[in-house]
Design a protein. Structure first.
Length: 273
């Protein structure tokens, strides 16, 4: 999901959509300053400041990672006392006054930003508390496209790629999240029937708002060469067929940049959901 926040109505939507990030926590804060060369003076002059804040939070039984990119920043402060954790959020406060947004990310004002425009990027998935007990490789994809991958399509594509797999359906539980469409496990055909087989947990779900779909790929247990190959290959196949955003850890990656990002060797491990 991508949403530009420019008006008071947009701000109200943001606070309603996220629930004010209640109970979330800030994982990353980045500040970038642009400078341009003034040809008349031959000096570099400031050309704008951007602050990016990444927040993990939960709402309506969905685990969410949101990236707020705040541009044309005119005031920014971040203060953390030694020994204190100021990343935990209660409910953020925000207002729009005289064409400027003001965000207080905590009551004490340790993280405060004034800016002219905000862009929200977000990836959300049903919570996976049981699997999150282990730090394992995980990949999440979210798209606004109306069609989505089917199990038949996945098995056919993996077979064509020379990595045939067997599908093991996971039976729905009474407490399963209402957005989940199907769930199962991919087992490489080469190890089918072996003891202590590790597979790829796959889950496809609908959005909690709007249209589209999301998909979670997650290694069960410790990753080995075969399961790592299946996860990487299936991620490639999905971004080639569908437009959307990927999430690895706390990093949101445009689908078209996935191959470059992966080539840098960053798919190393998981993060909690």
């Amino acid at each position: 999901m991508k949403q530009l926040i420019k008006t008071i109505e947009d701000l109200r939507w943001l606070m309603g959509h996220t629930g004010g990030f209640r109970g979330g926590y800030v994982t990353d804060v980045q500040v970038s300053k642009r400078r341009l060369l003034d040809e008349a003076s031959g000096r570099e002059v400031p050309a704008g400041t951007t602050v990016t804040v990444v927040i993990r939070y939960r709402i309506r039984e969905m685990a969410c990672v949101a990236k707020l990119t705040m541009t044309s920043v005119t005031d920014f402060s971040m203060f953390e006392q030694e020994g204190a954790d100021c990343s935990t959020l209660g409910v953020i406060q925000a207002e729009l006054t005289d064409g400027k947004f003001r965000f207080w990310f905590d009551p004490q004002g340790e993280l405060y930003v004034v800016c002219e425009e905000v862009q929200l990027e977000e990836v959300a998935a049903p919570s996976l508390e049981i699997l999150s007990l282990e730090q394992v490789p995980q990949w999440i994809f979210q798209s606004t496209m109306s069609d989505w991958p089917t199990v038949t399509w996945i098995l056919a594509e993996l077979d064509l790629a020379g990595v045939p797999c067997v599908w093991r359906t996971i039976v729905s539980s009474p407490g399963q999240h209402s957005t989940i469409q199907w769930e199962g496990e991919l087992i490489p055909a080469s190890v089918q029937g072996a003891t202590d087989v590790r597979g790829i947990h796959c889950m496809l779900y609908g959005p909690h708002e709007g249209s589209g779909f999301g998909m979670v790929l997650r290694v069960r247990g410790m990753q080995d060469r075969r399961t790592g190959q299946v996860l990487s290959l299936l991620a490639d196949l999905i971004v080639q067929r569908f437009s959307g955003q990927c999430l690895v850890g706390n990093t949101i990656i445009p689908g078209e940049e996935w191959q470059h990002w992966k080539s840098m060797g960053r798919l190393r491990g998981g993060d909690e959901s």
